[in-house]
Structure formats: C-alpha cells, structure tokens
Design a protein around this ligand. Structure first.
Ligand code: FAD
Length: 607
C-alpha cells in the first residue's frame, strides 16, 4: 500500500542486538531518528518501523564493518503521533520519495493465501473453478503425476493439490527419516545406496545441504517471497524473511520437509516413495501415463503402468537415466553451459581473519552476533582473445558453505563427485566452496556423438577420472592449493579435511583439460590478490565438482510450461535447465503448478 516505504540504515556491530532479534532495538531507533533528522528517538513509535532486511557488510573499503538494515516505515502510524510532530512528518514526506513500492503481485499472494485460508471456504476469491473444487458438476478431478520431490516437485504438488487436482507425487528415494539413516551409512560404513543419497530422496538434492536461500532471480520478486513465506509456514525460522543472506542448514530443512509432507497428505496428495519412473506412456504424441518400478529392487521387480492427464517432470540434474529415457522418446533437449571444477576448503578461522581482520575473534562458531565469514568471487580469464573466444571463461566460487563440510554426492560408485553442506549454526571449523570454470558446447565436442546428452557425458568423464584418482572406496583426490598452482603432487602430508571418507594426494592439475586447469589456476592467483591468505598451505582442493547446474535444457513453452515436443509433459526445475538452487527450483515448480492448473481449468487467475 501507499503508506509503506523503506530506507537503508547501518549500525556498527557493538550496537547490534544479536542475530535472533529482528525487532527495532533502541540503537536502531536512534539510527532511524538520525536519518530522519528527528530530534528525540524515544518519541518515535517503534511499531511504525519494520526491519525487512538485515545483512552484515565487512567490505574492506568501510572504516568499520556494519550491519545494514532495510527498514519499512509506516507513515500512517507516524501520523498518529502527537500533533506537534505533524510538521516533522510533512518534512519527512519528500524523503520518502525514495520509497520502493512492493507491487501487489497476484500469484504469490495466491499461494500464501491458499496456505492460510486452506479449507476455510474462500476458494472462489482465488479464481478457482467452483464446479471442480466443490465437485457438484465435474466429479472427475484431473490426475497429475509429479515426478520428483525436490523443491520444484514439492511446490508444483502443493499448488496443484491446493487447487483441486488429484496429485500423485512419485519419488525414487526414501522419506527424510530413512534417507537420513542411508546418508549415515554412507558417511560411516561407505555404503552408497543408489536411490537414497545426497541427490535422491525426499526434499531432493538440497536436503542435506547448507540450505542457502539466495538466488539470482531477485530476492524481492513475487515468486521468491511466496516461496520464503511458505517455508516459514512449514516451520522455517521467520528470520529467513529478513536476513540478507538467509540459510537454513540441514537440521532445519528436515523438519520443514516433514511438515510439508504432512500438509500435502492432508490435501489428498498421494505420495509414493521408492517409486522410480522408468518410462512414459505416449500415445499420439501425448503423454498418457508413466511406467514405474520399485526403486529398491534393481532387477526383476514388476513394472507398473499408471495413467495420468499430465506429468510434471521434476527429476533434478542427477537423473541421468531419466534423460536417456527422454531421448528415446525424442523429447527436445539441448546441451546447456554449466561449470566444473574443484572444491576448496580452508580453516574457517582463516577465512574469518581474511574477511574481518580483528573483528574475527567475535565470530564464536556461529553463536556470536557476527556471522561466520563467507565469500563470493567471480573472475574472468582469457578475456579479449578474439582468436580464441572459447578460452574466455568465468571462474567463480559457488555454493560456499561456511562452517560446513565436504560431502559425497555421487549416485553411482564408479563416478565420484562432491559438494558441501552445513548445519544451521555453521559451527564446524571448515569453510568450503566449489571453485569452478564455465564450460559450454565447445568443451563437449569430444562427446558430441552423445547428441543432446554431450554435457552429461562430459560430467561423467571427470567423475570417473576422479574416482580412479582417489583409488576407490569413495576416497577423494586432493591437492594443496599451492601444489596445484605449481603443477606438482603434494608430497608432504595434506592439511586436514572435513571430508569423512578420506582424501588421497593426487595430481588434480591433470584431471581437467589444461585450458580449464589454467583458468582455475589464474583465477586463484587473482583471488589471492583480493583476499590475501586465500592461497595457503592450509587450503586443500578436492575433486571433483561437476554437478553445479544442469548440462541439459528440456525445451518447453514459456507460458504453459509444456514440453515443445511432447504434449502433457511439463519439465521443471533444475534438471530441466530452468533453475539453479533451492529457491529458483521452488519458484519454477510453483509457477508451473499455476500454469498447469489453468490449462486444467482449475484456476482462472493471472500468472
Ligand atoms: P532435485 O532437488 O534434484 O530433486 C529431484 C528429485 O527427483 C530427487 O528427489 C530425485 O530422487 C527424484 N527423481 C529423479 N529421477 C526420478 C525418477 N526417474 N523417478 C522418481 N523420482 C525421481 N541449492 C541452494 O539453493 N542452496 C544450497 O545451499 C544448496 N546446497 C546444496 C548442497 C548439496 C550437497 C547439493 C547436492 C545441492 C545443493 N543445492 C543448493 C542445489 C539444490 O539442491 C538444487 O538446485 C535443487 O534441489 C533443485 O531442485 P529440483 O526440484 O529441481 O531437483
């Protein structure tokens, strides 16, 4: 509404009330009063101000690190103040010319309203087709299969379930309770379950993760806000709505997913775990159903065919068998650029020191008011070489996990790949991050004969090499960053690693083609100039980081989300090449839910 605006205010760390307090503290009120040129801060009504974003800025250009607040001002509440302050409000109005209005965006509020007013009879306000939702005219609900229970599949199921479709959610992996035990067996007994691991199972790839809720699609956009509020609805801590760099940690993600599941069941969504979709039933260019098998049984389990009016494919980018199945049905897919590289790990204390200098001592393993330090770096190398445009690439840090650990994300024992995760407090003594270089179709040339799956084969090649370099048993090849820069094997003992299944000194500089290695080496040197100490004998590189985003994009119609080559198929999320992270995958699933509901005449709103 028109009475709201926001303004950025800063506070030095010593005046910040702590990370769990998101109200307006007296020092913040003073800072607001100063900004508004209002003489007595205690006269300002606290309730007129709401903190909508809080982040920590420790850039070296600042005299002192600061918490940066974005505060909403409710001018109406200010107008309720004593009449003698009215002329102050009149002076204030022009300042609020910088007000940014949140657009009244329909779809996001629809999702949040649906959750809040669920079963309270306000369906018609949302534009839901009464004849379907009350069942009096049309008794048969449209049947939709959602394949995959990652963020995109969960949000598609939620929207479609809320709007009255008969949804069946099919997931090859296990529910989070059993999945947690399977991941434990991997970490302790080296047992990799091919269908229940860091990539497959309830909640998808990001469940045992850092749960960073950052995205490049715009934090304040309609869709992202709706998803964040939905997470809070299912039990995520409300400060994710305010934190500048919100993250959940795996300990908060797991209970949230359980609540999500219970809500879907209450809506009438049928959820089938251990159920892998192996094939599509296609008749006359239209998907009519799916062929499923019990994913716990590798051989000999009877296949079963299920009929559906539409199939939403939310399988993530590790479902290589599903990509091959789509290729057999000639579904249009194209190789997509992504990034490959290594995971670099430092002691967290070293990163705190680099980023915060003397303030580093106040970090206190995630319990202090200063957040555990992170970093985000992008460097371009080979730029400007017009004769070798394919050598121009970006190298960047990705999925940085402060206070986290390196984990195994392989889905097959002969292919080794890693990623990072953390718990909500980010209290481990390690800071790890992927450090990757962009790769595109030029790099996939040796695998061109695999057609649209050339990028998948490119990934697989380096995962296989890494497994061989590690010597088997999920041992990860590793190299001191100083040795990687000098192209030599680490001969002295490696610095300790958070990776639980062991590391082996290896020639990681020989893992990738030389132009990729050189790009990574050059950019590491550039980073050290910006963050002195980044190149250190304590920094350890681990191989290999290949699954940064999808190597494939499945072509779909922009507004209907339907595959351009197969009617009734709705490819969504990261595996389809339309998302890269928990938030963007959730948003994609949510919008697909609304788009499909519209085609099924369950929803008449605007998308
Ligand atoms: P996925 O989450 O991959 O879900 C796909 C689901 O489909 C899986 O559950 C799978 O079992 C199921 N499936 C696949 N094939 C079939 C089939 N044939 N039949 C039935 N079911 C099938 N992102 C962030 O934003 N922040 C982070 O901090 C973060 N950390 C990460 C840490 C790790 C260790 C990993 C692996 C990923 C991390 N990511 C993070 C990435 C994030 O998890 C993904 O971007 C996101 O989960 C993609 O969502 P999705 O729904 O598209 O697919």
């Amino acid at each position: 509404g028109g009475e709201w605006g926001h303004n950025r205010r800063t506070l030095p760390p010593r005046h910040d009330p702590g990370k769990d307090f998101n109200g307006v503290s007296p020092p913040l009120l003073q800072a607001i009063a100063k900004a508004l040129k209002f003489p007595v801060s205690s006269l300002l009504p606290e309730e007129a101000f709401t903190v909508i974003r809080k982040s920590f800025d420790a850039r070296k250009i600042l005299k002192e690190p600061q918490f940066v607040y974005t505060v909403d001002v409710d001018v109406k509440k200010l107008l309720d103040m004593e009449p003698r302050t009215w002329d102050f409000i009149a002076r204030l109005e022009p300042k609020l010319g910088i007000i940014e209005y949140m657009p009244d965006e329909k779809v996001a509020s629809d999702l949040v309203n649906m959750l809040n007013v669920h079963k309270q009879g306000s369906d018609s306000e949302l534009g839901i087709n009464d004849s379907v939702s009350n069942g009096s005219i049309c008794t048969q609900k449209p049947r939709v299969a959602v394949v995959g229970s990652g963020p995109s599949g969960l949000f598609a199921s939620l929207v479609l379930g809320e709007l009255g479709a008969e949804v069946t959610l099919l997931e090859r992996g296990q529910p989070v309770e059993q999945r947690g035990r399977d991941i434990g067996a991997l970490a302790v007994r080296r047992i990799l379950r091919s269908e229940s691991n860091f990539c497959f199972g309830e909640g998808g790839a990001g469940t045992w993760s850092d749960g960073k809720l950052v995205t490049r699609i715009g934090r304040n956009t309609d869709g992202v806000q709706a998803v964040m509020k939905t997470f809070v609805h299912f039990g995520a801590p409300p400060n994710i709505l305010v934190d500048g760099k919100p993250h959940l940690g795996t300990d908060k993600l797991v209970p949230m997913l359980r609540n999500f599941r219970h809500h879907l069941k209450e809506l009438g969504v049928t959820i089938r775990f251990n159920t892998r979709v192996d094939d599509l039933v296609v008749e006359g260019g239209q998907v009519k159903g799916v062929v499923i098998s019990d994913s716990r049984q590798q051989l000999g389990s009877p296949d079963q065919t299920l009929s559906f009016d539409a199939v939403v494919l939310a399988v993530g980018h590790s479902a290589r068998d599903t990509y091959s199945m789509l290729l057999r049905h000639s579904v249009h897919m194209n190789p997509k650029s992504f990034a490959v590289g290594l995971r670099i790990e430092h002691p967290q204390e070293l990163i705190n020191n680099i980023q915060y200098s003397e303030l580093a001592t106040e970090v206190h393993k995630g319990r202090g008011r200063i957040p555990v330090a992170d970093y985000k770096i992008v460097k371009s190398v080979g730029e400007g070489d017009a004769e070798l445009p394919e050598q121009n690439r970006s190298c960047y840090s990705f999925c940085m996990c402060p206070g986290g650990q390196v984990v195994l994300t392989s889905t097959n024992p002969s292919e080794l790949c890693i990623n990072g995760m953390s718990f909500s407090r980010r209290a481990s003594k390690w800071a790890n991050s992927a450090f990757v270089a962009t790769v595109s179709s030029h790099d996939f040339k040796p695998f061109e004969y695999h057609g649209s799956l050339a990028g998948v084969e490119f990934q697989r090649e380096f995962e296989r090499r890494a497994a061989i370099m590690g010597g088997g048993n999920f041992v990860v090849p590793a190299q001191c960053v100083t040795d990687f820069l000098s192209n030599r094997l680490s001969v002295t003992s490696l610095p300790p690693s958070s990776y639980r299944l062991g590391v082996r000194p290896s020639k990681l500089h020989e893992l990738f083609p030389s132009h990729i290695t050189e790009a990574l080496q050059q950019s590491i040197i550039m980073i050290d100039e910006e963050m002195p100490g980044f190149v250190s004998s304590e920094a350890l590189l681990h191989g290999v980081e290949t699954r940064t985003s999808s190597p494939v994009q499945i072509s779909r119609n922009t507004s209907t989300y339907e595959s351009t080559s197969l009617r009734g198929l709705y490819p969504i999320g990261e595996g389809a090449g339309y998302a890269g992270g928990i938030l963007s995958a959730s948003v994609d699933g949510m919008y697909c839910g609304f788009a499909l509901a519209k085609q099924l005449s369950l929803f008449h709103g605007d998308i």
